[in-house]
Each structure stands twice: as structure tokens, then as C-alpha cells.
Design a protein around this ligand. Structure first.
Ligand SMILES: [Zn+2]
Ligand SMILES: [Zn+2]
Length: 835
């Protein structure tokens, strides 16, 4: 008897799948399309091809592939494509360092990803493969840009931008983490540049509202997006500078505190600042202050505990509610990105205004009574952020501030001094990059067509797309795009007047490429259009999307925006791209994030070479609940390898010692026990798939089944009934392990049952054999009933805890808390003590 030879088995099945194009699915109207099958679009986030796939990729694609197989065997026509997010900085930075064109390094890496995905046996429809850096793909990225431009959703404006001095490029707000460049960690500075933006702010409300239409997204991902969009309700109120005849609108969420405004503050970037101080004694000091503020990050500037600095402007504005003149300041704790870049300061009721008033000895006037015991205040109980009756507020005195809120806004509106308003933290998406390795922005500038000295922005006509990247010698940005050096490429003909014109030299943020790739997969070879509308409508939305939680904001928000904009343009039918989202956890090693610099990375290629892909995939699914972080263990993968080898030996033995036979209808004794176990495993694995892909416990159930088969087999081989039971149990184990270990699952099934396991419907548990000994347990948090769960009567404590934690109703009360004690009374209750 040969041992478990993963290599031979895996090579054999990979060849079958490649030759028979097993995982390819046809579009509607094409031969092979089955209109009676329901569709299911299963998609993992496409990889960024840099070097080799890492263990995070293995986890993501192993999870996605298991889901794809599960759905196929439930009768769905599953579309499961793959591609590469192949523009971007790492390839370009490597090009700057080595001089090798980014295309070459990128394509080498893509080849490595392709090879490894095949070696992992991932069930990919290779006919739909794409890479975002190719001219074929760029063509349609540029076409989408022009679609947005036509509708005013892409525009050019001068803007203070976040600039990374090291990478010499503009960063999106989202790419600035704690004032530093997301990629290189360099402190970010501000600069003013003409930039391209997408008007995502037009969609802020819809991006919030449509969370309701999603089938299943993790709550924490939606919360992160909600906070990022940052909707707040309030009022816009105008303060007037009489001397200069200038109105300064402010956005406030607290119009009920208007009577308490004792000074007025502008952000250092405020466009009217220059006019206010030009030629005044304050000018020099303000200039210096503004320059210094430009070097600070928004996070630092806005921090509550930071010492407050600023400069008086020597000007004043009139508070519209009481006609009082209040002094103006510039201070860096006010951010241009929020509201209008100016605030009315109410030191009695706002922490930062209070700190500023103390530092500059400004009056503090209380306009809401009340006490707040939670936080230390000064002897008068200020600043007071809470509610209470209004005071010092004229006609509103004595009213509860919340009740008066609407009245004040209505009164302001009547007087023409303000109106209710909604403010968003979300800014428009800055998409231009002064970098080489991205999709060129498809516009040209023509002086002759321009007006008032400014050149006209002329879109490149569709028939001239794609605008391909020129060859350049030097990829390093010099404060302008490297494309600017390709003079022969930059100089072009104006599509409108035929005169001389020059091309836009900025390229697009790579997040643009990944905002629509899931639509291109559906019709990837279409040369006449980005996609055929009827094909896109058939497959969209993505039914199950899988990827890392690090994309909770950027990628997922941008893709949602693109989907809505494209639907508005009439190109697709859906408003949301991803009906269900699964966010996988991170794999760590020795408790730390893996990184090359720490030297603690795990190479999937090495482990696949050593144990086989089935072992690597099954282990990464067994390592823990897939949504949580988990720590890699070399003993763990060895253990899984031993399990698969044991299943393999069982198969070889069963093949020799039993004959294919019908399973007995009325089994008894050990045969009944083993068959019952097999049906228990079917039921368990199925339910684990359905309750959020709990693959670790699903695989554990198959292990239990194999253990029982070993325990009972020798007593069963003797009778036809017994032999049939062992054979059934072994084939069932193969069938259930197939989504995780597809090569072994396919091989064992073929040997014992004949035919292709993936063409078999997913097995169904026989209720007659399912021991109905499940019990209902109550789950408590700090002694309070939060949910009830069903569990097998003999389920171990660990499983009961696992089940209890998996309940949404329970998780809500555990989130962010420390569990100090877990109490399990088998058959009765689970209680978490938290603090
Ligand atoms: Zn940087
Ligand atoms: Zn022209």
C-alpha cells in the first residue's frame, strides 16, 4: 500500500481541471449556459501582484474556494474569477531603485501568482482572468473616467493636498495615517496643486442609506464606513465682518449654544484669511503661523489635549443672534476639511474652545445650565457638553436646549441668517497621482479652445482610447509626473480644434482600477464596450465577497460609489456591488504581524511543496474561525497533514476490503453507529458553512468522523452491511472535505464511488439517523439572558462557548469588553462575565 502522495494526486486533478476547463462558466446566450440554474457570484478581493503570494492570500482564496464549491454543489452556476490589481507604487518604487520597467516586475509577479493559484487547486474560471495594467483594461478605466467627467462627477480643482515628500506624490486623505504616509511612514505636508477629484460627496447620503439594502455585511465594517462618511445634522449660520463686508458661514451641530459664542476662529487654510490681514499689523505673525500649521498633521492639530495656539486677526464679526461683535483668530485646531473651515467658538460648552479661551483669556459665557459628574470640570462645572435649560439666550431662556434647537434654526432661517444643514466628514476622492505606473487620465489641455487665459480641458474621444503609457527613462517623480518627461507623448493634437495641445500627465489612483474590476470579469474580452449590459445584469451583484478588513473603508466605499454612479449612467442595474461581505482575520506568527523586516513570514509555496496544497488549505481553514486573527503553527499544519494521510490510508484499506454496495436501509449495531456519525458530520459541516463559514469546527467534524471510522471499521469489514457502512463513511468524509482539500476529496470519491465529486449534490443528512439529542442552552452575559442556542447534547465545552460567542445577540454585549470568566453548565447554560 502506497502512502499518501499529495504531489501525484494534486498534479493529476489540476491537469483534469485545466484540460476540461471545469470551472469555466458561460455567459447568457453562449453555448453551455444553463438558464435554469440560479447564479452565484463568489469573489475574493483581487491580489496586488508583488513578489510571491503570502499566507494572507492563501487564507483568502482557500475560504473563497470552499464557498464556491459549496454553492456549486447546491445547484448554483458559480462564477469565480481571478485577476490582478497590477498598477501601483511598490512596482514603481522598485523600478526607481533598479531601473527595471514596472511592467516587467509586475508581470513576473503575476506569473508567480498564476502558477501558485493553480498549484493550490483554486477553482478559478481562467477564461475571465484580467490584469488592471493592460491596455485592454486601462481602455475601460479611462472610459469610466470620461463617463464621470461628462456628468460632472470628475472635476479639476486647485486644492491643498496631502503630499508625501519621500514618495513625491499626492496622497488621498485615506492614505494618511496619523499624519504619516500610509506607504512609507514619512510625515505628510500640505501643498496646493491642481488635482482631479471624483465627486463621491454627492453620494454620501445614498452610501449611508443603502447599508439597509445589503444582505449581510459585518457590522463593524459598516460602522467604519459610517464614521468615515461622518454625517452630522446642524445649522449653517452666517457671521458678518462689517469692516470688510464679508460673510463667514459656519456649520454648527449646536445652534442651541449660539448665544454663548465669544470669539470666532478660522482655519489656517481659510481662503479669506489673506484678505483679512493684508496690510494690517497682524499680517507677519499670521503668515508665519499659517506656514507652521501647514507642516502639522490634521490629527495632531485636532487633538483635544494639545496645547491651543493661534493669532488674533485684529478683526471682528457680528454674532447674528445678539448683534455682539466678537474677535477673530486663526488657530490650527480648526480644520479646513470640516464644515466651512471657520467656527463660532463657545468655550462654555466645547472642550477645545474652552482650552483656547483659557490660553487667550477670553470670556467664557454659559448658556446651558446643568451638571455633568462624569468628567472633571472647573469650579463652575465648565466646559459643559450636556443638556439643560437655556440661559443668557434672550427669548429662548428657560427652554430645554434640545427642544429649542429646532426653534432657533427656524428663527435664524426667518431672519435670513442661517438654515438647517447637514455636514459630512467625507471629502471628494482625490484621484490624480504624479506617478508613472497607473492609468493615464484621458484628457488634453488646449490653449486655443480655452477662455480667459486658461486652457480648455478636452476629453480624449472614445475612439482614441486607450491612452497608453509612454516609455520613460526615469520613473522617479520630481514633483511632477514622470510622464511629463515624455515630451513626444505629451504634445498632441486637440481633438476639438486640431491645434497643438498637451496631455494630462497625471495618472489615476489605483483604487480606481479596483472599483470596477468585478464588472469587467463578467465580460472580460469585450473590445467594443466595458461590458455588455445584459451580461452584467445577469451576474451582478457579487453574492459573496471575501477579503481583508483592511479594505473596510477605501476599496469597499469606492466600489460602492462607482456602482451607484455607473447605475446612474444607465450602465448597470444594481445599486450595491457586494450583497454579502466576509472579512477574514489576519494570520500572525508568534502573536506578531508577519513582515519581511521581522523575518517571521510564512511562505505558502514552501508548505505546499512540503505537505501539498490540500494540507496547506485545510490547515489555514482549520486554524480558527476565519473572521478572526489566528496564529500560524508548524505543529498545526503537521497535525492536519497527519489527518489527511489517515483519511488516505482509510480510503486505500476500504477500497481493498469492501465492495461498492447500497447502504443498509435499517442498519443496526456498529453499522448504525458509524452511519449516524456520518450523517451527524454532514449536518454539522452544512450548518457550519451556513453560520458564517465556521470552517474550523466543520473540519473538526470530519476528523471526528474519520476517528470513528477507524474505531469501528475492523468490526464492520466482516459483513456486507458493515462494509457498506465503512465505505459510506469514508466517501462521505471525502465529500465533506472536498471544499477544503479538493484534490484528495476528488480522488477518494472517484475510487470509492466513481465519478466526479464536484458534480455530486451536497450530501443531505438523513433525519432518521440524526440523533436528535440536541439541547437548548441559555446564553447569559453578566447573568442576563441574551440568547438561546441549539447544541448537541454531548458537545464539548469549547464548542458551546464557540456557539455562544457566534450569536450576534451575544457578541453585541462582548464587543470591546474583557471576558473575565466563562461559566458552562452542559445542557443548561453558558454565562460570560465581562467588564
Ligand atoms: Zn510616502
Ligand atoms: Zn483646441
Amino acid at each position: 500500500m502506497a502512502g499518501y502522495d499529495a504531489k501525484t494526486i494534486e498534479r493529476r486533478w489540476q491537469q483534469v481541471w485545466a484540460e476540461e476547463k471545469t470551472w469555466e462558466v458561460a455567459n447568457p446566450g453562449q453555448p453551455g449556459h444553463d438558464p435554469d440554474k440560479p447564479k452565484s457570484y463568489v469573489l475574493e478581493m483581487l491580489p496586488y501582484p508583488s513578489g510571491e503570494p503570502h499566507v494572507g492570500h492563501l487564507r483568502c482564496y482557500a475560504i473563497g474556494d470552499a464557498i464556491a464549491h459549496f454553492r456549486r454543489r447546491h445547484g448554483f452556476e458559480v462564477i469565480h474569477p481571478m485577476g490582478y490589481d497590477s498598477f501601483g507604487l511598490p512596482a514603481e518604487n522598485n523600478a526607481i531603485k533598479t531601473g527595471e520597467p514596472p511592467r516587467e516586475g509586475t508581470e513576473r509577479s503575476i506569473a508567480s501568482f498564476q502558477r501558485q493559484f493553480r498549484e493550490w487547486g483554486i477553482s478559478i474560471d481562467w477564461s475571465r482572468e484580467l490584469a488592471t495594467h493592460t491596455p485592454e483594461y486601462c481602455h475601460w478605466t479611462q472610459w469610466i473616467f470620461l463617463q464621470l467627467f461628462e456628468r460632472g462627477l470628475a472635476y479639476r480643482a486647485e486644492a491643498p493636498v496631502q503630499w508625501c515628500p519621500k514618495d513625491a506624490t499626492v496622497l488621498a486623505n485615506e492614505q494618511v495615517i496619523d499624519g504619516r504616509c500610509e506607504r512609507c511612514g514619512t510625515e505628510v505636508i500640505q501643498r496646493k496643486l491642481e488635482q482631479w477629484f471624483f465627486k463621491i460627496t454627492d453620494y454620501a447620503e445614498r452610501l449611508l442609506d443603502d447599508f439597509e439594502t445589503l444582505e449581510s455585511w459585518p457590522e463593524h465594517v459598516m460602522t467604519m464606513q459610517r464614521n468615515w462618511i461622518g454625517r452630522s445634522e446642524g445649522a449653517e449660520v452666517s457671521f458678518r465682518c462689517e469692516e470688510l463686508d464679508l460673510d463667514f458661514p459656519v456649520f454648527t451641530t449646536r445652534p442651541d449654544t449660539l448665544f454663548g459664542a465669544t470669539f470666532f476662529v478660522l482655519a489656517p487654510e481659510h481662503p479669506e484669511l489673506e484678505r483679512l490681514v493684508a496690510g494690517t499689523p497682524a499680517e507677519a505673525e499670521v503668515r508665519e503661523y499659517v506656514d507652521r500649521a501647514a507642516r502639522e498633521s490634521a490629527e495632531d492639530r485636532g487633538a483635544e489635549d494639545r496645547e491651543k495656539t493661534g493669532v488674533p486677526l485684529g478683526r471682528s464679526v457680528v454674532n447674528p443672534v445678539n448683534g455682539e461683535e466678537i474677535p477673530m483668530f486663526v488657530a490650527d485646531y480648526v480644520l479646513m476639511e470640516y464644515g466651512t473651515g471657520a467656527i463660532m467658538a463657545v468655550p462654555a460648552h466645547d472642550e477645545r474652545d474652552y482650552a483656547f479661551a483659557k490660553a487667550f483669556e477670553l470670556p467664557i459665557r454659559r448658556v446651558i445650565d446643568g451638571e455633568d459628574e462624569e468628567i472633571a470640570r472647573d469650579e463652575e462645572g465648565l466646559p459643559y457638553p450636556g443638556d439643560g435649560p437655556m440661559t443668557g439666550s434672550g427669548r429662548f431662556d428657560g427652554k430645554g436646549n434640545r427642544e429649542a434647537y429646532g426653534e432657533i434654526v427656524a428663527w435664524l432661517a426667518e431672519e435670513g441668517r442661517g438654515e438647517s444643514a447637514i455636514n459630512y466628514r467625507l471629502r471628494d476622492w482625490l484621484v490624480s497621482r504624479q506617478r508613472y505606473w497607473g492609468a493615464p487620465i484621458p484628457v488634453v489641455y488646449c490653449d486655443a479652445c480655452g477662455e480667459g487665459g486658461a486652457p480648455a480641458i478636452v476629453p480624449v474621444p472614445e475612439e482614441q482610447l486607450p491612452v497608453e503609457l509612454p516609455e520613460v527613462e526615469d520613473y522617479a517623480p520630481q514633483g511632477r509626473s514622470p510622464l511629463a518627461a515624455a515630451e513626444g507623448w505629451v504634445a498632441t493634437e486637440c481633438p476639438r480644434c486640431g491645434g497643438p495641445a498637451h496631455r494630462e500627465t497625471d495618472t489615476m489612483d489605483t483604487f480606481v482600477d479596483s472599483s470596477w474590476y468585478f464588472i469587467r470579469y463578467l465580460d472580460p474580452r469585450n473590445g467594443d464596450a466595458a461590458w455588455d449590459r445584459s451580461i452584467a445584469d445577469h451576474w451582478l451583484p457579487v453574492d459573496q465577497y471575501i477579503g481583508g478588513v483592511e479594505h473596510a473603508i477605501l476599496h469597499l466605499l469606492y466600489a460602492r460609489f462607482f456602482t451607484k454612479a455607473l447605475a446612474d449612467c444607465g450602465h448597470i442595474d444594481v445599486q450595491e456591488p457586494f450583497a454579502k461581505l466576509f472579512a477574514q482575520g489576519m494570520i500572525t506568527r508568534d502573536g506578531a504581524k508577519m513582515s519581511k523586516s521581522r523575518g517571521n513570514t510564512v511562505s505558502p509555496a514552501e508548505h505546499v511543496a512540503r505537505y501539498g496544497a490540500d494540507t496547506a488549505r485545510t490547515y489555514i481553514c482549520f486554524i480558527g474561525p476565519p473572521e478572526r486573527d489566528a496564529d500560524w503553527s508548524d505543529e498545526g499544519i503537521e497535525g492536519v497533514n497527519r489527518f489527511l494521510a489517515r483519511l488516505w490510508r482509510l480510503c486505500e484499506e476500504v477500497e481493498q476490503r469492501t465492495e461498492p454496495a447500497a447502504v443498509p436501509a435499517e442498519p443496526s449495531g456498529a453499522a448504525r453507529e458509524l452511519l449516524a456519525k456520518a450523517h451527524w458530520a454532514i449536518d454539522k459541516v452544512t450548518r457550519d458553512f451556513e453560520r458564517g463559514f465556521q470552517f474550523n469546527t466543520a473540519i473538526a467534524a470530519v476528523m471526528e468522523l474519520v476517528n470513528d471510522a477507524y474505531r469501528l471499521k475492523d468490526g464492520l469489514y466482516g459483513s456486507p452491511e458493515g462494509g457498506a457502512a465503512v465505505r459510506f463513511a469514508t466517501a462521505t468524509a471525502a465529500s465533506l472535505i472536498f471544499p477544503f482539500a479538493p484534490h484528495m476529496g476528488a480522488e477518494i470519491w472517484e475510487r470509492l464511488e466513481g465519478g466526479r465529486v464536484w458534480e455530486q449534490p451536497w450530501p443531505q443528512a438523513d433525519p432518521a439517523l440524526l440523533v436528535s439529542d440536541t439541547v437548548t442552552l441559555v446564553v447569559q452575559v453578566n447573568g442576563k439572558l441574551r440568547d438561546r442556542i441549539e447544541a448537541a447534547a454531548d458537545a464539548p465545552e469549547e464548542e458551546l462557548l464557540e456557539l455562544a460567542r457566534a450569536s450576534d445577540k451575544v457578541a453585541r454585549f462582548l464587543d470591546g469588553k474583557e471576558v473575565v470568566k466563562e461559566v458552562v453548565v452542559p445542557g443548561k447554560l453558558v454565562n460570560f462575565v465581562v467588564r
